[in-house]
Design a protein around this ligand. Structure first.
Ligand code: HAM
Length: 424
């Protein structure tokens, strides 16, 4: 019999301290920025009826090959969320909040992909969506939110690719035109090219196959076939980004992986990462999706940012390196009665980060733990100090020691910790 495998499933991973400290720093940065932009947190279930995700495109890889589908005990066909937009639109249609509805989220997503660095079967995203606004200023705001977030983290090597998919009518006409071009000019490229060009001409545009590039380079561009309103919308988005000093590269061959996109689409890539997994975020408009889910016609735009990818980019750029809880004090107990319990509680209630050892360890072993804890100060509760009504306080960085009256120790540490690090 095969041995039970108690490890996390392939393509999933645990996030432990201190790495999880970087996660919470990242999420806090995103939450703070989203709040400043007027977005509220939305939380939707990890499972949805499978039809919710069929709306993102039955021909897409994510839905066709990668979705985790299950039947629950009541016979319902459910899927683990492969992405965050469809559930948010489903929630909008269900609850009908007053538009504009501006929300952000933090959620795991599941895609049965071939796992590799930066590509997982469970990955996490922070993202934002705006429903009920077709103003190009909303496009600019959403892009600025993501752009500013990368900057908040200190990332400097993130670039923005911008495109427009036009309205569905523009796209339908263009696809016919593109298919005819690809089938004619690519006649010599073999059956795989021809089959893909025939079935999904747009998806071929960002194919990486070297021998196809000449034909793809000469392909007609959707942005040259936009209707007047689509073109004006796209120009207003560009003017807004220009006004904010947000740089972008117009990328007519940018093809996003879902069918719901209309009009503006965009992707953020890190030049510090390998090309195969360098997308650190992406999004766009989906002006028809709410209606397709049975709601009123409601334009929408948003993006998703892959947390693991962003952290790999942070490694490459050597930013967001700090980790672990910032402890102010570690208590070393040389007495053994409840006084350590009381002191630790007192420091924590005073707003300080404080920890201690357990299990009656020797004073020497406790000092070792204090050093390893990363705390700024070690606080010694010893019988001699207790007799004098004081505690010993040691700066674990410099090794300097002072004796502080027991009843003043919380105030003393607070004052000194703030003086050393005003941002704490
Ligand atoms: P997406 O481009 O599929 O878009 O995913 C967004 C980001 O999630 C990617 O840029 C990447 O950073 C990360 N990501 C995607 N798949 C994986 C994976 N297997 N492993 C690790 N990271 C991954 C969406 O999901 C859309 N819902 C975005 C959106 C929101 N569009 C409009 N609103």
């Amino acid at each position: 019999m095969a041995e039970t495998d108690y490890r996390a499933p392939v393509g999933t991973h645990d996030v432990l301290p201190p790495e999880s400290g970087r996660w919470s720093a990242l999420v806090q940065a995103f939450a703070a920025r989203a709040a400043r932009f007027g977005y509220g947190l939305v939380i939707t279930p990890v499972v949805e009826h499978v039809e919710v995700f069929q709306r993102v495109g039955t021909a897409t890889d994510v839905v066709r090959k990668e979705m985790y589908e299950l039947t629950d005990r009541g016979g319902r066909a459910l899927a683990l969320r492969p992405e965050g937009t469809a559930p948010v639109v489903r929630a909008y249609v269900q609850h009908r909040p007053t538009p504009p509805w501006k929300v952000w989220y933090l959620a795991p997503n599941f895609r049965y992909e071939r796992p590799q660095r930066g590509r997982y079967r469970q990955h996490w995203q922070v993202g934002a969506e705006v429903l009920g606004v077709d103003d190009p200023d909303a496009d600019v705001e959403v892009i600025a939110l993501a752009h500013g977030f990368y900057r908040d983290l200190g990332l400097r090597q993130v670039t923005l690719a911008l495109n427009s998919m036009g309205e569905p009518a523009d796209r339908a006409e263009f696809v016919t035109h593109l298919r005819a071009y690809l089938l004619e000019r690519g006649a010599g490229l073999g059956p795989e090219f021809l089959a893909r060009a025939d079935a999904h001409p747009l998806r071929v545009l960002d194919a990486k196959d070297e021998s196809w590039q000449d034909v793809l380079d000469g392909a007609p561009q959707l942005t040259e076939h936009l209707s007047a309103p689509s073109r004006q919308h796209f120009e207003r988005v560009q003017a807004g980004l220009d006004a904010l000093g947000i740089r972008y590269a117009l990328t007519p061959r940018l093809v996003r992986g879902f069918d719901y996109y209309t009009s503006t689409t965009f992707e953020f890539s890190s030049t510090a990462l390998d090309a195969a997994q360098n997308a650190v975020g992406g999004g766009g408009r989906y002006d028809q999706l709410a209606e397709e889910m049975g709601g009123p016609p409601t334009p929408g735009i948003g993006f998703g940012i892959g947390i693991e990818r962003v952290l790999i980019a942070c490694d490459a750029e050597e930013v967001l390196t700090g980790a672990g809880p910032a402890l102010d004090a570690f208590i070393v107990d040389g007495i053994g009665d409840p006084s350590a319990t009381v002191l630790v509680a007192e420091l924590r209630e005073a707003g300080l980060g404080a920890d201690r050892a357990y299990g009656g360890r020797s004073v020497k072993a406790q000092w070792k733990l204090a050093d390893r804890s990363g705390a700024r100060y070690g606080v010694m509760l010893g019988p001699r100090e207790a007799e004098r009504g004081s505690v010993g306080v040691k700066d674990l960085g410099s090794g300097e020691q002072v004796e502080v009256p027991r009843e003043q120790v919380a105030g003393w540490i607070l004052l000194h910790a703030e003086a050393a690090d005003p941002a704490r």
